[in-house]
Ligand binder design. Structure first.
Ligand code: ADP
Ligand code: MG
Length: 696
């Protein structure tokens, strides 16, 4: 059978409809998909050992003769054993297979097989449990480096290797080389065909490294090229609203504090962009509590001064409402009209708000995703601000920006505020299309939060501490990791279901803190109730706020000085950093208590790393190392193509190299119009095909 890149997997021997379905789940439909289905690991099975000489403590290949027929026995219900004795010149090896009774017919006495597994030794008796094996004559899996693929139930590694081997043998050479030759030479990258063979079936680890390097480079290169194209395209769209420059001091007069140097710098950079006539695309990065909101307010104020509208989009209603209060307080004295848009407003409220927006009676619209919905039209949208950006994808940002485009055929300015300090590699990728202002300074007088990791036995002492804080006029958050849907059969360990959180809050109020006022906040609450609870807490009427993670992002109550996190092991470090960032916002010494009954050394080590530093960048690096980029954002969409190979905690150098190469290529050929660069353009388009509206 001849295989081309387009051959469907159903044409491969051994793939019927059931397996095809499972392969489809892995994203494999055609031979081309097999080529890019990369191994997650490799087994070095090049060396074949004798039974006696084989080392212990690692997996090894042993070639030996079956000395007898396999013996099947049942040790108890549901447990079957197949035993087999095999021999070579050096000795005997005793094999045991659990629950694979079909193997009793798989060995012929006197035949030679290669077994792969770890040898155990008791006295001089050597044995192996559940080895994989093949006939000595076949050697499909032995004498080589064997790829190990990510799998799904019903698809064995054996099958995957065999499918991919066929695809690689027949069509590794059919894919066009997409990287220009000069670029490959400059960066010492092996050709596409060789990389494709060697990433699956390398002769040695050097060949594997070369292949990995080429393919990782390629991945980062196309991604960078795409982001650079995006940025260039926007930069060259010459029309954008011009916000006339105004003195910073005029704005500062509205603030209850003097901005830090770092805030001033970010504000100046922003103002410069806003007056340039070209659409701004700027990211404001700064640790929690560094005062990013002030920069947003400055932008909205500048817009209003020049008669333009702004939109400020927040990821949760709690945060949208808080921003609404802050902006209103700050800007309405300056005549800026602020309105709130959330999904849960009544139809009549929405209608009124939309009409006001459309007729230009509103200068600043603060809201959630609701701002993106159909029917929300601006009269003169000049600036789009998204807060806590990593929750919004590139595509959502683009959608909001497009709202400005229609009536006045110019792009609005975009200001993005990052929630979490993120590692530099990741920032380059996710914000590769943005200019960056960094606020690397906290407002003066902040006292670093003290963090403690404690076990269940300290619970009563912790409650006493809450009372003591309340006695000094301070407030406390108690955050519970919760599933808000009722799962029926209870929540997974460590997670409380909503009912449990409610019960806990009631207990705290009635039994633990009868003299204090305890409030409860969770995602599924009616927005009005949420708003009521949040503002009661902000006004200091509640001393304790029990909450699910809706409190995680951005919420700002400077009088809160104690953050307690229940089942802290359930949270990622960056999330804990966000939670801790809810306290330490005022002048009081603040505390963060991580409660965990998990005794695993890994968990404790992780939490102690967290307790030992308040540097958000350090924490996010650590988080990235521990969880990998895929999980870094949880399941939240960041709207960018997935990276198959690049490991963002390790490939920093390759990333800068690829990024530089992409920029060089684009500055020489901005539209990728030259013949030898066409394949690059095609690959970039394909990579971003899930993110519509970006390249058309
Ligand atoms: P974040 O960067 O986490 O969004 P915020 O903008 O919410 O931080 O600011 C955190 C808190 O610090 C707010 O209460 C804000 O009023 C206050 N704040 C911001 N800038 C300053 C400053 N320069 N001096 C004093 N307090 C400030
Ligand atoms: Mg914020």
């Amino acid at each position: 059978m001849t295989i081309t890149l387009d051959t469907p997997v159903t044409d491969f021997p051994g793939v019927g409809p059931a397996r095809a379905k499972k392969l489809e789940k892995l994203g494999i439909l055609r031979a081309a998909d097999l080529l890019t289905y990369y191994p997650r690991d490799y087994e070095d099975r090049r060396r074949i050992w004798s039974i006696r000489a084989a080392p212990l403590g690692e997996k090894v290949c042993v070639s030996a003769l079956a000395a007898e027929r396999p013996v099947l026995s049942y040790i108890r219900k549901g447990m079957e054993l197949v035993k087999l004795r095999v021999v070579d010149n050096s000795g005997t090896l005793y094999l045991t297979f659990f629950n694979q009774s079909y193997l009793k017919n798989s060995f012929q006495p006197g035949e030679e097989y290669v077994f792969y597994g770890e040898i155990q030794e008791q006295g001089s008796r050597r044995s192996m449990v559940n080895p994989v094996f093949e006939r000595e004559g076949d050697r499909d899996f032995t004498g080589r480096i064997v790829p190990v693929y990510p799998l799904t139930a019903g698809i064995s590694n054996h099958l995957m290797v065999s499918l991919i081997r066929q695809a690689v043998e027949q069509c590794a050479g059919q894919g066009a080389e997409s990287l220009p030759a000069s670029l490959r030479a400059a960066h010492r990258l092996v050709p596409a065909e060789r990389a494709c063979r060697d990433i699956h079936f390398p002769e040695d680890f050097d060949a594997l490294e070369q292949a990995r390097r080429r393919l990782t480079f390629e991945e980062l290169f196309y991604l960078s090229a795409g982001l650079t194209l995006l940025k260039d395209r926007r930069d060259s769209q010459c029309s954008a609203a011009v916000f006339a420059p105004r003195p910073l001091e005029a704005f500062c007069a509205l603030l209850p504090f003097a901005p830090t140097q770092a805030q001033r710098r970010a504000m100046e950079e922003t103002a410069w962009d806003l007056a340039s006539g070209r659409p701004m695309n700027r990211l404001v990065q700064g640790d929690v509590g560094s005062g990013k909101t002030t920069v947003a307010a400055w932008g909205a104020w500048l817009a209003a001064q020049s008669g333009w509208q702004s939109a400020l989009m927040a990821p949760t209603e709690v945060l949208a409402e808080q921003h609404y209060r802050t902006m209103n307080q700050l800007l309405s004295p300056a005549g800026v009209r602020v309105a709130l848009f959330t999904g849960s407003m009544t139809a009549a409220e929405k209608r009124a708000a939309r009409a006001a927006l459309r007729s230009g009676e509103v200068d600043l619209a603060v809201g959630t995703q609701a701002l993106l919905s159909q029917g929300v039209d601006f009269a003169r949208l000049g600036l789009v601000i998204t807060d806590e950006q990593h929750r919004f994808g590139v595509a959502q940002r683009a959608a909001l920006a497009a709202k400005g485009a229609a009536p006045q055929s110019s792009s609005p300015h975009v200001l993005v505020m990052s929630a979490t300090p993120i590692p530099r590699t990741l920032a380059l990728i996710i914000y590769g299309d943005l200019d960056v202002s960094v606020i690397d300074q906290l407002p003066p007088g902040r006292v670093p939060v003290q963090t403690f990791v404690v076990g269940e036995s300290k619970r009563q002492r912790m409650y006493n501490f809450v009372r003591k804080q309340a006695g000094e006029g301070r407030q406390t958050y108690i955050v519970c990791p919760a599933v808000e849907e009722s799962t029926g059969d209870g929540a997974p360990p460590g997670l409380m279901d909503l009912k449990a959180v409610k019960v806990y809050a009631r207990q705290l109020q009635e039994q633990v803190f009868p003299q204090l006022r305890v409030g409860l906040l969770y995602g599924k609450m009616k927005p009005r109730e949420k708003e009521a609870v949040m503002s009661a807490f902000a006004r200091g009427e509640l001393q304790v706020l029990v909450s699910t993670t809706v409190i995680e992002v951005g919420v700002d109550v400077p009088n809160a000085a104690l953050m307690i996190v229940e089942n802290a092991e359930r949270f990622g470090l960056s999330q804990l950093h966000q939670l801790r960032g809810r306290v330490g916002r005022g002048r009081h010494q603040s505390y963060c208590v991580l409660l965990t009954s998990n005794r695993s050394p890994d968990t404790l080590a992780r939490l102690r790393v967290f307790a030992s530093t308040t540097d958000g960048f350090k924490i996010s690096e650590e988080d990235l190392k521990l969880r990998g980029p895929g999980d870094f954002f949880g399941r939240r969409q960041h709207g960018l193509p997935t990276l198959r190979l690049a490991d963002l905690s390790g490939d920093m150098r390759l990333l800068s190299e690829a990024q530089q190469a992409a920029r060089d290529l684009l500055s020489a050929d901005p539209r990728l119009a030259l013949g030898e660069n066409r394949p690059v353009l095609e690959r970039v388009r394909a990579l971003f095909s899930d993110t519509p509206d970006i390249f058309n």
